[in-house]
Design a protein around this ligand. Structure first.
Ligand code: 6PG
Length: 475
């Protein structure tokens, strides 16, 4: 009788290989398969000592080595490659078996695949896996969607290999069908916003504060010991302290200043537009990456007139930027959680926001100390309309706003772009405003398009006869 494996992984590039190693190290027998069998052989030769691997060259052999219900994990590129692997394996599986997609698939693809495979009695589990190669090996944050039944069979294995914080696994059932991939997508959107805010803080400290990359690295190191403690702040100190061996210059000065993106941040914004949820911090981060890539336009615009105001002395810039960074970060997370809540309502996923904050505390790219406070906020008030109105975050924003406003104003005066800080502040002030200028927009829309408007003092919709006596009539 061939050795049976509890779980199988097909697609042994670095992420798939490291997940397989993580499972083997935790004592689970792992079936391993790859389109080119050389990778399978290499894995077993290099890491066979770490645990029980059950190698397979052919798809049929791979499936036969899995105990029932079969748990088959796909770790290949999102899109067509994932569909191709599903088409290869689905016919070999039996009702009750499950296919797990650990790639960064679009949640709508996952919903489609889940519905199709459900008709064949198979479970399809779109799973966010965050933490890169290191996380996959030593403990990622794992965000599985799919049916409750599939999580009952998968959850213990995934929780076993996930990161742990205070003994709790950074893995929980997110919700049905595409919920897991949706939450991973928003995780990546928040990641973009977080990275953009850190980049803006660096830019201001460098260009307005006159600090060197090495000095800014030390500023970030200090911040990492406080309320801003996070993986992204931690790696920022390393990147800014790094000196390029070839030139002896600060590494950050020899890197081409054009940011790339695989697309999950873009998806977050596109999806938010469809849901009608303002994720301005994430949107500004995506657009800032796009702007950086338009080298030709930037070169043409370089001669445009700049501010006349001198940068002036740094004064309390460092302290102010810390405040602006923390406040803007809270806004970015608040917007991301708002988007998850909106999608959860739209798709009837019933996502537990506190649980999402909890599984993001470790393993993932946005892991940060303050996620404990976000979890506490949603555990205390699960239907919080926005994270900003949680008492502790409202107090933090209140305490930060004077400095936050100084930073946004200073950046504008000296011509150092800070779209993330500025968008976050405008979002905060937009939510606080008693009256929005949207009233004027409604008037304009009614004037040129007879699109009607509602009134503050009466129910119903109305239209003004702008081209006649300007009388008002019910719409
Ligand atoms: C993670 C990361 C990962 C992401 C890469 C590149 O959670 O481990 O978010 O999923 O794809 O970091 O992302 P971009 O190329 O879009 O920056």
């Amino acid at each position: 009788m061939q050795q049976q494996a509890q779980i199988g992984i097909t697609g042994l590039a670095v992420m798939g290989r490291n997940l397989a190693r993580n499972l083997a190290r935790h004592g689970h027998a792992v079936a391993v398969h790859n389109r080119s069998s050389a990778r399978t052989k290499d894995l077993v030769e290099q890491f066979g000592h770490e645990g029980t691997f059950v190698p397979a060259e052919r798809a049929e052999e791979f499936v036969a080595s899995l105990e029932r219900p079969r748990r088959l994990v796909i770790m290949v590129k999102a899109g067509a490659p994932t569909d191709a692997v599903i088409d290869e394996f689905a016919p070999l599986l039996e009702p009750g078996d499950m296919i797990v997609d650990g790639g960064n698939a679009h949640f709508l693809d996952t919903r489609r695949r889940e519905a199709t495979l459900r008709e064949r009695g198979l479970h399809f589990v779109g799973t966010g896996v965050s933490g890169g190669e290191e996380g996959a090996l030593n403990g990622p944050s794992i965000m599985p969607g799919g049916s409750r039944e599939s999580y009952d069979a998968l959850g213990p294995l995934l929780e076993d290999i996930s990161a742990k914080v205070d003994g709790a696994p950074c893995c929980a059932h997110v919700g049905p069908d595409g919920a897991g991939h949706f939450v991973k997508m928003v995780h990546n959107g928040i990641e973009y916003a977080d990275m953009q805010l850190i980049a803006e803080a660096y830019d201001l400290l460098r260009r307005v504060g006159g600090l060197s990359p090495a000095e800014i690295a030390e500023v970030f190191r200090g911040w990492n010991g406080g309320r801003l403690s996070s993986y992204l702040i931690e790696i920022t100190t390393e990147v800014l302290a790094h000196v390029d061996a070839a030139t002896g210059k600060p590494f950050v000065d020899v890197v081409l200043d054009q940011a790339e993106q695989k697309g999950t941040g873009r998806w977050t914004v596109q999806t938010a537009l469809d849901l009608g949820v303002p994720v301005s911090g994430i949107a500004e981060a995506v657009f800032a990456r796009s702007l950086s890539g338009h080298a030709d336009v930037r070169a043409a615009a370089r001669a445009l007139p700049g501010p006349t105001a001198a940068a002036g002395d740094a004064g309390t810039l460092v302290e102010d930027v810390e405040q602006a960074l923390y406040a803007s970060k809270i806004v970015a997370y608040a917007q991301g959680f708002h988007q998850i809540a909106a999608a959860s309502a739209e798709y009837a996923w019933n996502v537990n926001l506190g649980a999402m904050a909890s599984i993001w505390r470790g393993g993932c790219i946005i892991r940060a100390g303050f996620l404990d406070r976000i979890r506490a906020a949603y555990d205390a008030t699960p239907d919080l309309p926005t994270l900003l109105t949680d008492d502790s975050f409202a107090a933090a924003l209140g305490g930060a706003q004077d400095a936050w406003r100084r930073v946004v104003a200073r950046s504008a005066q000296v011509g150092v772009p800070a779209p993330g800080f500025a968008a976050a502040l405008s979002y905060y002030d937009g939510l606080r405003a008693d009256r929005s200028p949207a009233a004027l927009i409604q008037g304009q829309r009614d004037f040129f398009g007879a699109h009607t408007y509602r009134r503050v003092d009466r129910d119903g919709s109305f239209h003004t006869l702008w081209g006649a006596d300007r009388g008002e009539q019910p719409a």
